[in-house]
Design a protein around this ligand. Structure first.
Ligand code: NAD
Length: 285
């Protein structure tokens, strides 16, 4: 039997509807600032999509476009101004940044209370201490996909391929907190195929097109594909060879339509979480 497709678009639509409803009930519009430096075409598309999705749920989105030759000092000054701006609840700086700007300096400059990407040392530290506040959007979306697909995470052998601060590391922390037995694989892992074959939950976030082959996947494994790569013909593929995985896995996320829409939906939810916390709502903050 082919794998069940985990429909990220449907789940994201449901989460966005819930976020919109909560915003309407709260009678205020959270403010989100998205900062784009330079004119990378992929980043421009991501930013436009985030702006549109935010507006659709009632978030006041503001895109700040800065030229590619913006200095680090100038960008830090813009972030300081956004930190101090009372109408801004969330700040997102689109990565990658031009080479003259150190991404870590920028991430560390964002007020942790407005850090809707969850990348600042305070939010990363809280996650690792088991007291999460704003959690990186992609790993948060992966956990929601697993929950929606009724995957029992507790006690399961989970493999996360990739150890970036954006995806792999925080996801490993979330899976551990959910009582999975977690292995993190990376570019120096000796036998990735063998690690994959042991996994009951396999999350691929290596940034390598179709790295994970069908015969690496245990039968009845749950496969979450974080990778997204544009092919020469214009189509998109993930980090998993989807056609090979389909007859083997129990369930799998497609690319597109899996993790991607959930990342955006979680950004909007994080913006609401930040807005409520800043207004003294007794939430996770
Ligand atoms: P990254 O390049 O920062 O990290 C990649 C990680 O994978 C590294 O830790 C590296 O050690 C590991 N890796 C690389 N090659 C490997 C190999 N051959 N075997 C095992 N491990 C290997 O990337 P990232 O920011 O974590 O993103 C990963 C992928 O997820 C990219 O394709 C990116 O486009 C995608 N992504 C998608 C979304 C989404 O919303 N769908 C969001 C973020 C990232």
């Amino acid at each position: 039997m082919p794998a069940r497709i985990i429909d990220g678009r449907a789940l994201a639509a449901a989460l966005n509807a819930e976020t919109a409803h909560r915003i309407e009930a709260g009678r205020f519009h959270p403010g989100l600032a998205v900062v784009l430096v330079g004119d990378d075409p992929a980043s421009a598309i991501y930013v436009r999509n985030k702006d549109r999705a935010a507006r659709a749920v009632g978030i006041e989105a503001r895109t700040i476009r800065l030229p590619a030759d913006t200095s680090e000092t100038a960008l830090l000054a813009r972030i300081a101004a956004l930190n101090a701006d009372p109408v801004i609840d969330g700040i997102l700086v689109q990565l990658p940044l031009p080479p003259q700007i150190r991404p870590q300096a920028v991430i560390e400059a964002i007020d942790p209370a407005k850090d809707v990407d969850g990348l600042s040392p305070v939010n990363a530290g809280r996650l690792f201490m088991g007291r999460p506040f704003l959690v990186p959007c992609t790993p948060l979306g992966v956990m929601k996909l697993l929950a929606a697909a009724d995957v029992s995470v507790s006690g399961a052998r989970a493999l996360v391929i990739g150890r970036s601060n954006l995806v792999g590391r925080p996801l490993a922390a979330l899976l551990t907190a959910a009582d999975a037995t977690v292995t993190v694989a990376h570019s120096r892992t000796r036998d990735l195929a063998a690690e994959c074959r042991r996994a009951e939950i396999l999350v691929a976030a290596a940034g390598r097109p179709e790295l994970v082959r069908g015969d690496w996947i245990a039968s009845e494994a749950v496969v979450i594909d974080v990778g997204i790569h544009r092919q020469k013909g214009g189509g998109l593929v993930g980090d998993v060879a989807f056609a090979e995985a389909l007859p083997v896995a129990a369930s799998i996320t497609p690319v597109p339509g899996g993790v991607g829409p959930m990342t955006t939906a979680c950004l909007l939810e994080n913006t609401l979480t930040a807005a409520l916390a800043r207004r003294g709502h007794p939430g996770k903050g």
